[in-house]
Design a protein around this ligand. Sequence first.
Ligand code: SF4
Length: 466
Amino acid sequence: MTPLPLADQYARFRDAVFAGVAEVLPGFAEPMTEMELQSLWFAGAFGSEFTTTDGKAVKIADFGVWNSGAGPDFNHCAVVIDGQTLRGDIELDPDARDWERHAHGANENFNRVVLHLFLHAPEERFFTRTSAHHAVPQVLLHAGMLPEGTKPKQNLAPARLGRCSTPLREMDAARVQSIIESAAQHRLELKSKRLHRSVAAQGREQAIYQALAQTLGYRKNQQPFAILAQRMPLKKITQMDAAKREAWLFGISGFLEGIRSDDTEPATRSYLRQLWSEWWRLRSGVERWLDDRQALRWKLNAIRPGNHPQRRLGALAAMLESWSAIVTPLADATRWSQAAWRESLLALTHDFWATHYTLLADSAEKPVALIGETRVQEMLANVAYPLLVPERTRLWAEYLELPALLDNQKVRLAVQRLFGDDPKSKDFSKKLHHHQGLLQIYEDFCLEDDSACADCPFPERLKEWT
Ligand code: SF4
């Protein structure tokens, strides 16, 4: 049966409403919320060794990270089943059938689930299957596994304190700073290599255009923005007048075809008319791309209005309109001025997109910056400095001074695992390079570890750091 997309959307909406409602779960005398049940699991109260419903031995080597967003309940877990280590996610439901009731079996975000836990199973055998048709091992939990008097812990941290937190706590601040700064430099070097490879292949301006477009797609739509920038290369798009350019961008993106003019407000209707007056003549030349439009695969779920790709496409159009001011400071590292570049980006505006978040949204009460401070920060971190630092190493000192503006869940998890409640952690979360360094350590060590820190080499390496 083909899953109905709205059913999944409603199930998520409903679960968000009821997630905090306490009910008597199978085997428990007291009412308990799903969140409290997850808290017990994450605290290890049910134990770490189990048997699957088909009789295999299961050991939880790493309870992973408690997910606060959409998707499975626990991410980056390590589960050993019959001696084989599986890395992935864990889903915990009150009832085995919740997997299908919540349409997880049709949701590719659940394809990495390696263990399905539940407290109740129907008499008839129920199989847990992903949308990729993989059978997921199941474990039936029961209240009897809990030590007597166990209560869910309040304010449990979303990630466990790592083994490295002890040596880090004992190190002086200058050494910790030096480790994080080195990791940040390594991360910048990796970005530089990727960007300079793109410069060598496509030329400097096209590589900059594509990298900036990708940053506008951050986080979920980087790929479609990269494809758009490749399909409409800079040389071609900057030769067009503004109206035609914008019609191309919105037409090829597929955002024009699905919108009914009657569903929009008057200002949007007039903007759509303007785009269509160009697009209807252009579209016959790119029909193959239109057939292939699904390849862009825009991700629109759980996107904040300010990050919607339609608005970001408006920002790309404004950027192309002022292309010379945007690209000139990046053309040559000796002419770089962070202040001037930042100003050019912050000053970008657009008649329609300055007051609209999407083509279907009502007009905003007052103008909203097309590209705000955090987006500029992302462009500095992912485009400007990776491009320029290898060409003028003095710019590294400038990079070190950039403040951290974006709240990043991975950074929060890294801080939690490496520092816990050590007050020192505040000093290592303020600057952009701190975030970049912590992300690199998290990706290189935490995400590679499947032993709940036991075999991670990072704590021992710390002792060798000079
Ligand atoms: S996996 Fe390694 S780096 Fe991550 S918290 Fe554990 S000991 Fe620290």
